[in-house]
Write a new protein. Structure first.
Length: 350
């Protein structure tokens, strides 16, 4: 597709900086725009290659520019930073974006649709409410601990403390003043649990209407929560050339510090989306329970090598290794459009 120019756009809330260049790097135009005039500017511009950082509101603007006929590229801010000069300002950022998009080895972020972003909002809000729930439970434990009332960890222990606060004053239980002080925490906890349940039902509804999410659920260790988050974040997986590249993007590959022909591998990089990485590790941990609890009764399971590794390595190391493998399978399923096949064999080359 032919482009007449390259546009580096530094986005913000109200003030946007544009630098337009040709394909030799010659600056054609430098312009500052207000939010109200941004769409009109790109509507009057001939078909161009538009680049912007993948930050807040970037996907919205990318969809808007694509609708106007432009070719849009989203670049992770980490990949733009090396091209910024000594002084950081809006003009320098726009120039760096325009230069970065021309690099042949540059990797781009796929543009998300509104449906994908909405599905991810369900996950983000659910995650936020879970954090608030944990904060309230910890506060409840701390206050009741001052009265000598403690309980076990987990849901059962928290339920016991809530029952103590809700119960009428009895001998040895929470006194009236403390009970009145802690009841607001209990009411907030109950409200949060109801809201979390509503969000989880919405996630399940989205999963039932998303073929990509249903394909991913066929992978052992990938449940509805993992499948919907991966489908909303990765789309069809075309942004990655291999399963290893997806695993690296999720931070599930060892960090390298190699030189002089000597390979040195460390711990995993933990780069990329921490939420997706955590879901994959939790899914792998759940799958590993098969080997520790049911291996004798149910056989080796879908990942027999993980059971063998678990006999030699720690539980966490094995779960991370399995999460890496699951990420590669996710890419294979997305690329092929076929559900997971346990006994799949790659066709021999002729």
């Amino acid at each position: 597709m032919k482009h007449l120019s390259i546009v580096g756009l530094d986005i913000a809330k109200n003030v946007f900086q544009v630098q337009r260049t040709d394909f030799s790097g010659q600056v054609l135009e430098t312009k500052r725009l207000r939010r109200s005039g941004l769409v009109a500017y790109f509507a009057a511009l001939p078909r161009s290659l538009v680049a912007l950082e993948a930050c807040a509101s970037a996907h919205h603007w990318a969809r808007s520019f694509v609708a106007l006929g432009h070719d849009v590229r989203l670049i992770a801010p980490l990949h733009v930073k090396p091209y910024v000069g000594r002084q950081k300002n809006d003009a320098a950022d726009a120039a760096a974006i325009a230069e970065a998009v021309m690099r042949p080895r540059m990797r781009f972020v796929p543009i998300k649709s509104e449906a994908q972003q909405s599905a991810l909002m369900l996950h983000r809000v659910r995650e936020l409410l879970f954090k608030q729930q944990t904060m309230l439970i910890n506060a409840l434990r701390g206050h009741l601990g001052e009265l000598g009332l403690v309980s076990a960890k987990g849901r059962d222990g928290a339920a016991r403390l809530i029952a103590l606060v809700e119960a009428e004053q009895e001998a040895g239980a929470v006194d009236g003043l403390a009970r009145r002080a802690l009841l607001p925490l209990v009411r907030q906890l109950q409200s949060l649990r109801q809201e979390i349940g509503v969000l989880e039902r919405e996630i399940q509804h989205w999963h039932r209407n998303c073929k990509t999410s249903q394909l991913l659920e066929s992978i052992p260790g990938i449940g509805i929560l993992n499948a919907t988050a991966l489908a909303a974040s990765l789309g069809d997986g075309s942004a990655f050339q291999s399963g290893r590249q997806l695993a690296a993007w999720l931070g599930l590959v060892p960090r390298q510090h190699s030189t002089g022909g000597k390979t040195r591998l460390g711990k995993i990089t933990k780069q990329g989306d921490g939420y997706l990485r955590r879901l994959l590790v939790l899914g792998a941990t759940s799958a590993l329970k098969h080997y520790s609890e049911n291996s004798r009764r149910c056989g080796p399971g879908p990942y027999p090598w993980a059971g063998e590794l678990l006999a030699k390595k720690s539980y966490r190391l094995t779960s991370v290794a399995l999460a890496n493998k699951m990420a590669r399978i996710v890419w294979a399923v997305l690329s092929s459009g076929q559900p997971y096949q346990a006994n799949y064999q790659k066709p021999a080359l002729r």
